[in-house]
Design a protein around this ligand. Structure first.
Ligand code: SAM
Length: 279
């Protein structure tokens, strides 16, 4: 074993435009003793573009990622760096990578990254929707209860939601989102980002028309508006008990809770009186 063990480097690659391959990404690929790639033809194109030759490439896709682990660990122990790339964008994001990262960390080696393109973030930042808080849902399950449950959770999610979708399922997913969220929820459908036919549609869900879907899509959905449902009495009583327990008087506690939940002071006051009687 050499004195210095190598590092696993997660290298982000373009999501369409080869010009987005960063100099540091090219350097990491050129300097690697081994490149783990989701698809050898795709990586060969990238390596040709960057003028890189004579690097050993092995396939690490969703079926073979686990099998690659011994080769990766041996290379690292021998002092070589291993670059991990997926077909496009950032490895590990709806792409293989997670298993190799876990195995490398468990073996005590370093994991680092050359960050770069990721379709979810590219779509989010051009969406015009809130970027302050967002969640990434990847691909929604294709069918059944799991799909229905996930769509219901997405519909109730207050943060901006980013989804990936395949072209042959995009129309169906938009229709299901209309059913789950209603037609008025704002959405952005970003297609073929960074490519020749890049297109971004923005508007209410009910007005999105994907036509004949072609290429790659990201859906960015505005978060659910705050619920206007009044809180139930138990929630109010619990808040009142807390205020009273902190030493507030009945009126004071009722006023504070009424303001917090947007309910009439009278309602809060009578619940506060009831709460005091229970004590
Ligand atoms: N690892 C990739 C990343 O960092 O974005 C994602 C890989 S995932 C298998 C592929 C999905 O990403 C596509 O189905 C699409 O939803 C989205 N995608 C990738 N490239 C895209 C692009 N140029 N424009 C829009 N969506 C894209």
């Amino acid at each position: 074993m050499r004195e210095r063990a190598g590092s696993l480097v997660l290298v982000a690659t373009p999501i369409g435009n080869l010009g987005d391959l960063s100099p540091r990404a090219a350097q990491a690929l050129a300097g690697a003793a081994l490149i783990c790639a989701e698809d050898t033809r795709r990586v060969a194109k990238l390596l040709r573009h960057a003028g890189i030759t004579a690097v050993r490439v092995v396939v690490a896709n969703e079926h073979t990622e686990r099998e690659r682990i011994p080769d990766v660990l041996d290379t690292l122990a021998d002092g070589g760096d291993v670059a991990l790339v997926s077909d496009a964008g950032t490895p590990g994001i709806s792409d293989p990578g997670e298993r190799i990262v876990r195995a490398v960390l468990d073996a005590g080696h370093a994991v680092t990254t050359v960050p770069g393109p990721v379709a979810a973030v590219a779509a989010l930042v051009v969406s015009g929707l809130s970027t302050a808080r967002f969640v990434f849902e990847g691909f929604v399950p294709r069918s059944g209860t799991e799909r229905a449950r996930r769509l219901a959770a997405i519909a109730a999610e207050p943060r901006t939601v980013v989804l990936y979708e395949a072209p042959h399922r995009i129309a169906r997913t938009i229709a299901d989102l209309v059913a789950a969220c209603g037609p008025d929820r704002q959405v952005v459908v970003a297609r073929e980002l960074t490519k020749l036919y890049e297109e971004v549609q923005r508007g209410p869900l009910g007005e999105i028309d994907v036509g004949t879907p072609r290429g790659e899509y990201v859906i960015v959905l505005s978060g659910a508006p705050p619920s206007h449902e009044p809180p139930d009495d138990d929630t109010i009583r619990q808040a009142l008990r807390h205020e009273l327990g902190q030493g507030a008087g009945t009126k004071e506690a009722a006023a504070a809770v009424a303001e917090r939940y947007g309910i009439p002071k009278r309602t809060a006051y009578s619940l506060a009186v009831g709460t005091l009687k229970e004590r």
